[in-house]
Ligand binder design. Sequence first.
Ligand code: NAD
Length: 348
Amino acid sequence: MTGEAAKQGFTVGKTVDELAPAQPHTHHAPSLPTEPDRPSSIQAVRAIVTGGAGFIGSHVVDALVARGDQVTVIDDLSTGKRENLSRDVELVCRDVREPLADVFAEVRPAACFHLAAQADVRVSVEQPHFDADVNALGTIRVLEAARPHGTAFVFSSTGGAIYGECDGPAPEDSERRPLAPYGVSKLGAEEYVSLYGRLYGSPHVSLRYANVYGPRQNPHGEAGVVAIFLGRLRAGERPLIYGDGRQTRDFVSVADVVRATLAAVGHSGAYNVGTGVETSVLELYELCCSAAGARLEPELAPARMGEIERSVLNPGLAARELEWSAEETLEQGIGAAWDALATVETTA
Ligand SMILES: NC(=O)c1ccc[n+]([C@@H]2O[C@H](COP(=O)([O-])OP(=O)(O)OC[C@H]3O[C@@H](n4cnc5c(N)ncnc54)[C@H](O)[C@@H]3O)[C@@H](O)[C@H]2O)c1
């Protein structure tokens, strides 16, 4: 724990509900859901989740709300959706590239989960300036807004896009070899996140997510392949596989990512959030077929330029320091994503 963090009452490894409690607040009705698992001695806290209407962010919001925390979401709904959030969650529809001091001054959050981003690697190649604007400058805006409140900061970074080509499970101190502007903008943002921790004392942590998949997944994100395969199988259409399908990724379920994200509050530094297991795109497709109970012959297309052959993260540091490790198997996680897809369609 940093000395400054201790002074502010933050403790490494504490969950949000053990951090600064929510103060009485006139603008938001403090009608927190009662949560049976929360000991009565622990008060709810306020948290801001940027990008909370997106795929991963909305699951983080759900987990915070489920334990009684008071959550404010900042999201411009560029890829996120209001429907991803339960009705009682406050949504501030703003762009993180704008000043946000007023929102933070009103909420005074104990924790900020910064997940808003331009998360499409291909967009970053086509519009590198836009990617840097949202991911690097937008992160500085959020850091600046959080600074006066001693807020514990959790930043959603990326493992795969930062390390580039891997020889085996990459630890945090691996050489950084991004192959797209997205990896560089996230790396730059990480540096600002740790700088703010050093300069201003409150805990600032970057989580380098592997390829995250699960319900509500946006097919354009880093692990969009799971959403694409399941969507195609559902529609009875043949999916497209680029290259020979032997390229590998480290697929981690959104449920596991949410647990890591909450466990990281109060920590500082950078942690990989992955499984350490490589799965080829072909293997992944077979698992999706099993979940769907159907198999269509995939179409093969030429490999895309700049595509990484092997990407896998070493999750050892998170296991030791965050006491986190992935629990859900790929079969379980893909099954949950398939079930969620079916539920959305039948209730739509
Ligand atoms: N999905 C993955 O596999 C993966 C892997 C590594 C890192 N990440 C990171 O995790 C975070 C969440 O990713 P996701 O997959 O849920 O993507 P997502 O696109 O579903 O979520 C991003 C959210 O940010 C919002 N947003 C985008 N630009 C914004 C802006 N300028 N101002 C305000 N809101 C804005 C979007 O509307 C959306 O709700 C991102 O930071 C992403 O880079 C994701």
